[in-house]
Design a protein around this ligand. Sequence first.
Ligand SMILES: [Zn+2]
Length: 82
Amino acid sequence: MTQPPINKNKQECPKCHGEMIRGFCSAHSLKGTYIEKWHKGEPEQSFWTGIKTPTSIGLPVSVFRCQNCGLLEFYADMKFST
Ligand SMILES: [Zn+2]
């Protein structure tokens, strides 16, 4: 079974079939605010910074929120880089 292509801006809620609106989770660093990224594998603990900065670029994470029930769906895909 193949998944239908991700609609970049709108999804239908799998629970209540309400309208889901695209958003994102922001991450913060000393360099500013940026879109959260998905990385393969498990985070490595670092004594100084919480977790070690991943060496891979990672995939931008987009989050859809149902306007009706509040369900969140996370997608990590290069198409969400803009
Ligand atoms: Zn819903």
